[in-house]
Design a protein around this ligand. Structure first.
Ligand SMILES: [Cu+2]
Length: 409
């Protein structure tokens, strides 16, 4: 198990080890590969934005898998760094802290380089004492044509970083609120760094990986209070690659391919048995890493679904009904959710029902968990509780039809 730490407070020798591992990847071309290990990561990130085959569209952005895809992507990058130097862990750039020492101290000559055009330090195109080989952006992987010398905005005003938005995202109750609430400010940060960071070839700038380690850390924080597979993409929406058990390109067994022509020749070949789904990346401890400031009191709680602490029952998941019918997409489960949100929680007894429902949501996840594990218990629950309850709710819905805006059958 290794620990990802705040980049700004890393000791100087650790900063040097990280940067040396990064520039080693940039000059290492594995036998049979077309480009260096570093640029293969840039090509994968470029390629995922447009897929054809079993999947279509962007497999890593603008949808539920934004978080899962990047978790896997930067984990593979971290493993590549550890092949160079086993002591290295990927640090995070804590841009949402609101403290300028956290936001600014990564942009120094002895670390990730200053703002503006990189003419000194590890990432300069011309040779420097830290990097005699120089750092050149591959023109094939320069969407937006920012040039072969790594470029950023001339300065960074920490007060323009979207700290408030990122911190607010952690208060989102549901994954479908949380993911866009975090992906939005994530994009703003790409723009505040500027230059090569503004396009889909943004991993050209190594700050990308520290930025995404921070996004991953914020997701891990949110997962502490919203654990388990139930809190990844409820309702299982999105394109192929975004659902819980979809394969994520390029770790999809060859089901899809990219139609980004500049990326294709530079991609590494990926074994057909090397398959990753969002489900595989939900538990960071199972992936063998933790963040130094994100942990539960008794270990990582991701694999133990627990009640959602937020007291708004609307939009909550019907855990027991889902366990009884096997899927949230089954019509009785959908009916219960709609009836609760559109009728019960809009009635004049709203407050009373909210109170009752909150008690229910506190106790239902462990019961649902037992139902999934224990088949006889599931059958007893289904026939003695869930089915009569659905029948009662359907009857009520039918009788209430004249008073509600929609017809229930
Ligand atoms: Cu990305």
């Amino acid at each position: 198990m290794h620990t990802r730490r705040n980049a700004a407070t890393l000791p100087a020798p650790d900063k040097a080890k990280l940067m040396n591992a990064i520039i080693t990847l940039k000059k290492t071309v594995k036998p049979g590969h077309t480009t260096n290990v570093y640029d293969e990561f840039v090509a994968i990130h470029y390629g995922v934005i447009s897929r054809l085959g079993a999947a279509s569209g962007d497999g890593g952005h603008g949808g539920p898998a934004f978080l899962a895809w990047h978790r896997e992507f930067i984990l593979r990058f971290e493993k590549a760094l550890q092949e160079v130097d086993p002591d290295v862990s990927l640090p995070y750039w804590k841009w949402e802290s609101g403290v300028s020492s956290d936001t600014d101290d990564v942009f120094t000559v002895d670390f990730l380089g200053t703002m503006g055009l990189q003419t000194s330090g590890y990432l300069s195109e011309a040779p420097t004492p830290q990097n005699p080989d120089g750092w050149q952006v591959d023109p094939q992987l320069d969407q937006g044509n920012h040039g072969t010398t790594l470029l950023r905005n001339n300065s960074m005003n920490p007060s323009t970083l979207p700290a408030t938005e990122a911190n607010n995202s952690l208060n989102e109750n549901n994954f479908h609120g949380f993911r866009p609430a975090l992906e939005g400010p994530h994009g703003t940060v790409h723009m505040r760094v500027g230059g090569h960071m503004t396009r889909m070839t943004s991993p050209n700038d190594p700050i990308f990986f520290l930025h995404h380690a921070n996004i991953d850390r914020l997701w891990a924080k949110w997962q502490l209070t919203h654990p388990g597979t139930d809190n990844y993409n409820p309702n299982n929406t999105g394109n192929v690659g975004h659902k819980l058990d979809d394969r994520m390109w390029p770790w999809d067994g060859g089901d899809s391919f990219t139609n980004i022509s500049n990326a294709t020749p530079l991609l590494p070949s990926i074994d057909a048995s090397d398959i990753r789904r969002p489900r595989d990346v939900l538990d960071i401890e199972a992936l063998d890493y933790v963040y130094d400031d994100v942990s539960g009191s008794s270990g990582w709680p991701i694999s133990n679904p627990s009640p959602n602490p937020t007291p708004n029952p609307s939009g909550q998941r019907c855990f027991i009904a889902t366990a009884a019918y096997g899927s949230e997409l089954e019509p009785p489960v959908q009916f219960l959710r709609e009836f609760r949100d559109d009728v019960v929680l809009k009635s004049k007894f709203k407050k009373t029902f909210e109170f009752i429902l909150n008690i229910y949501y506190k106790f239902s996840p462990p019961i649902a968990d037992q139902m999934r594990k224990n088949k006889p218990f599931k059958i007893i629950m289904k026939y003695s509780i869930v089915l009569p309850f659905v029948a009662l709710a359907r009857t009520s819905a039918f009788l209430l039809s004249p008073f509600t805006k929609r017809r229930w059958k």
